[in-house]
Design a protein around this ligand. Structure first.
Ligand SMILES: [Zn+2]
Length: 105
């Protein structure tokens, strides 16, 4: 296993977790519940961590994460083919691989 991402903001780590799972990469949390232990150990040690289970997924996972982080503020988009919601990080639908299309909302 390799550490792929860690951040003090659990929401960001959770978001990264969802994105990687949707991309078919198997990941696991570490320290998911450690924040309840703050006071005993330094906050830095309690950051949730995201690990890729299969080392061969590491480079792809890193690319997905970096793409996702650069698009953090972009809105989700809805696939025109299957109506699945896609994270802004995706350029094609995670479900049916259709090209992203600008929608008129
Ligand atoms: Zn689709």
């Amino acid at each position: 296993m390799k550490l792929i991402y860690t951040h003090e903001n659990r929401f960001l780590v959770g978001n990264a977790h969802n994105i990687l799972e949707q991309a078919g990469i198997r990941v696991v949390w570490k320290n998911e519940f450690a924040s309840s232990a703050i006071g005993e150990i330094s906050p830095f040690d309690t950051w949730p961590e995201l690990w890729v289970i299969d080392d061969s997924d590491y480079e792809q996972a890193m690319q997905i994460i970096s793409t996702a982080l650069s698009a953090t503020n972009a809105p989700e988009w809805t696939c025109g083919s299957c109506n699945e919601n896609n994270d802004a990080a995706f350029e094609t639908c995670w479900n049916c691989q259709a090209e992203k299309q600008e929608t008129t909302q």
